[in-house]
Design a protein around this ligand. Structure first.
Ligand SMILES: Nc1nc2c(ncn2[C@@H]2O[C@H](COP(=O)(O)OP(=O)(O)OP(=O)(O)O)[C@@H](O)[C@H]2O)c(=O)[nH]1
Ligand SMILES: [Mg+2]
Length: 341
């Protein structure tokens, strides 16, 4: 709106912190409506719903960050939630038990032991880690037949409320299509993904088996090749502590904010190395770019015609941005917006 532009202009010269609250955005499905506001030339745009409360927490948190620290108030603890996902019987509960180093969860050899999702909180080095143990539920009466499936609906529900999805895989069985699908879904939902290969004690020293497993990891997970993987054993405890380190560093990575200047520099370089190809409809021109959000790092590119952004060029940009912006393990989201004349 012209009036918004006017206000934006006046505020800009005041040299203050400016936040734009794009109101009446009631949920994630309406978030696309906020992209227009970037054309006001300000980076901090927040989708909110004053009526339903959507997005308010993020807005308030961001505003709070710019305020000076009040004395005597403890800084807020970092909280990382990790969804532990995987087929029945891969050792999800055992892994969490090992992490907790006690036997608070019911572990059993029967697939389908964990009936629902359970949240377990543990504090370590100033961070609160929430592990969401997700049931590897299968249909009733099929417990005996060794099917590969696990409940996608349950997994998605846990993924929806996590920062990072930990896909647990049985070292003897390798990666199934279902595992790969869930990993891709989590990544496209903007979540960090870690692949945890459990029961590695069972393949210790078995060269052929280890090779087959590594092949299945790189082939099946080729669409989420940026996801770090670890080998561990919930039974012996080997490799388990590394989860904390991985979760922390991945969380920092997906929460990175990069200055507009650096984003533009990276985009310019990436585009000059391999410009968009000319199609019948014209050629894509990227005028400038800025980071619009974190978790996942999201970049808005202002272009002549958003339609001209092809899926393959978007993939190229994302892969190169991952390198250039030093976000090797992070999912990245790109939004092409039409540049206003
Ligand atoms: N050898 C070996 N066995 C393990 C390991 N981790 C778990 N197990 C065994 O695998 C079986 C299943 O473990 P759970 O932790 O119940 O598996 P889950 O993934 O939580 O299963 P659901 O809740 O049914 O989805 C149990 O018999 C565990 O003792 C491991 O690292 N090595
Ligand atoms: Mg379980």
């Amino acid at each position: 709106m012209p009036a918004d532009r006017d206000v934006a202009e006046r505020l800009r010269i005041k040299n203050k912190n400016i936040f734009i609250a794009a109101n009446k955005i009631d949920g994630p499905e309406l978030e696309h409506l906020m992209w227009d506001f970037y054309s006001l030339g300000m980076e901090k745009v927040f989708p909110v719903s004053a009526l339903h409360g959507y997005g308010i927490t993020s807005l308030v948190e961001e505003i709070a960050k710019t305020l000076p620290d009040a004395e005597g108030i403890e800084p807020q603890e970092r909280r990382i939630s990790a969804a532990i996902i995987g087929k029945p019987n891969v050792g999800k509960s055992s892994l969490i038990n090992r992490i907790l180093e006690d036997e608070r969860l019911i572990v059993s050899e029967l697939p389908g032991t964990t009936r629902d999702s359970v949240d377990i909180s543990i504090k370590s080095q100033g961070t609160e880690f929430i592990f969401i143990d997700t049931a590897g539920i299968r249909k009733k009466g099929r417990v005996k037949d060794k099917i590969e499936k696990f409940s996608v609906a349950k997994a998605l529900e846990s993924i929806g409320r996590c920062d990072i999805a930990v896909i647990v895989i049985d070292a003897e069985e390798g990666v199934s299509e279902q595992d790969a699908r869930i990993a891709s879904l989590a990544a496209s939902d903007g979540k960090g993904v870690i692949v945890a290969v459990n029961k590695s004690d069972l393949i210790d020293g078995k060269k052929d088996q280890i090779k087959r497993l590594k092949d299945s990891l790189s082939f099946q997970l080729r669409f989420v090749s940026f996801a770090p993987s670890i080998f561990l054993s919930a039974m012996t405890g080997k490799g388990v502590r590394k989860i904390f380190y991985l979760l922390s560093s991945l969380y920092s990575e997906i929460s990175t904010r990069i200055s507009t200047a650096s984003v533009n520099k990276a985009v310019e370089e990436i585009v000059s190395q391999h410009p968009p190809v000319h199609s019948g409809k014209g050629s894509l021109k990227i005028s400038y770019a800025t980071q619009a959000g974190i978790r996942p790092p999201t970049f808005v590119l202002f272009v002549n015609k958003p339609d001209l952004m092809t899926a393959s060029y978007e993939r190229y940009l994302i892969n190169r941005l991952r390198e250039q912006l030093k976000l090797p393990h992070s999912p990245i989201k790109i939004v092409a917006r039409e540049k206003r004349k």
